[in-house]
Ligand binder design. Sequence first.
Ligand code: CDV
Length: 320
Amino acid sequence: MSRRIVLAAAQLGPIQLADDRKVAVDRMLALLADANRRGAEFVVFPELALTTFFPRWWQDDKAWADRFFETAMPSNETAPLFEAARRYRIGFHLGYGELTPEGRHFNTAILVSPAGEIFLKYRKIHLPGHDDHRPQRKVQNLEKRYFEVGDLGFPVIRAPMGKLDGANFGTMICNDRRWPEAWRVLGLQSVEVVALGYNTPAANTTNEGFEAHHLRVEHSHLSIRAGCYQNACYGVGTAKAGTEDGNEMFGHSIIVNPQGEIVAMADSWDDQLITHEADLESCTFGRTTIFNFAAHRRPEHYKRITDQVGAEPPPAWERG
Ligand code: CDV
């Protein structure tokens, strides 16, 4: 029996430093209205969707970045998104900077139900970049300076959505998509839909080594496709795109099915909604055959995955 749900990625074009929350929220409301017209039931917005990607800037005073964080969710500025969700009966995923009452900073994503309730929160675990100023780089990536490592693990939750009584939702944020461990932890909780937002520069900004431009998008898609295939789930990967404060972000938002196929892809570097009618029943094939975890996993041989962080050299072979 099929279990159909219309998934959507709501790609955002650039959000400039000068843009306030209202600029971003108004554009997201337009995307939600479009989602409603097109029958979407679950909409994924990008990482740090409400502001420019501020970790690209070094400031001696770290508190400079506090202006990019939300101290309440919903807030006066973001409440219209929750009201739109209720009006349209659409669920959504939102990435934002979270500043807790204790003064802790996280790169956070929430899932909001069609009734406007937050039903899952995730705080980004794989923070890329560095926490010091690196003048040799073309652009700084100071996520390790402005955010703490997330403390909520990789949760999955079953919640009603669209016409479905329940679907298994999980989330990850940007760089997490490159780490198979993140996907597998979601897969081990029978995730069916992975919502993930990202902000990825179109060119390598480290100024180290060589990375061909065309491989930037390829590596992102490869990671999402592999994660979906190996865990028999759908993935909705939503980008920030276009030239943001002089920095090009590569867009190419995609929806991927449990076979690892791209079933929808954005073709602009601007605000754009892409949709796909998913059948969550199609997750069953992979998880009852080649990726039947209960039948085939051998965790006794995976101890290094949790015992060890960096790679170690192998022993040298000695003749005889
Ligand atoms: N926001 C990110 O996590 N961006 C990283 C970049 C820095 C490589 C990414 O994995 O896309």
